[in-house]
Write a protein that binds this ligand. Sequence first.
Ligand code: SAM
Length: 182
Amino acid sequence: MAAAIMQKMPGVSAIMIDYADEMVRLAKERFQDKPEVAYFKYDLNHGLPEEVFEGVYDLVVSGFALHHVDFPNRLPLYRQILQVLKPGGVFLNGDRFAEESTEVNGWMFNNWVSWMTDRATERFGASRTFDQIRMRQLEMDKEFGDKPGSLWEMERELRAAGFKSIDCLYKNQVCALVCGVK
Ligand SMILES: C[S@@+](CC[C@H](N)C(=O)[O-])C[C@H]1O[C@@H](n2cnc3c(N)ncnc32)[C@H](O)[C@@H]1O
């Protein structure tokens, strides 16, 4: 995503945050020719790194990371994101979400697993069954601490944090793109 943004907006500077050494290493390697990019290995459960508060930003983007952050730490993080945005600045979160009802959430999860099962065959020639992929996804959710919240929960928290307008720009099965404007 960062690469796509930088391609559209040449000269833009960016800060990249992830708490995994490997992700930071890969990002540094990928953007080694871009001195305008800074990197922080930081756990978002503690909010944003101190250095981020030295600037103000047009855009804060997150891709499939915030559903790993512990629930009580999300609102304080949204407050900090709002704080570092310029007036009119935008927060975009493309992420995994859960439905509010356990039953509907089960349907959506299974739809997603069906999609992955078809794709595993079509794209990678792998012959995994629906049950195998479902089981592996449930194991990975545990292993990596996936805790998707609902869209409505995020909307409530963004509003509580002080975002002026909140929209869902896209939703398909368990994935959605949410946008909050300062
Ligand atoms: C599914 S990957 C997405 C990576 C990248 N954002 C992207 O869109 O390609 C989720 C990432 O979130 C990071 N992550 C999970 N919990 C985090 C936390 N509490 N603080 C910072 N990064 C975290 C993981 O290390 C992992 O790189």
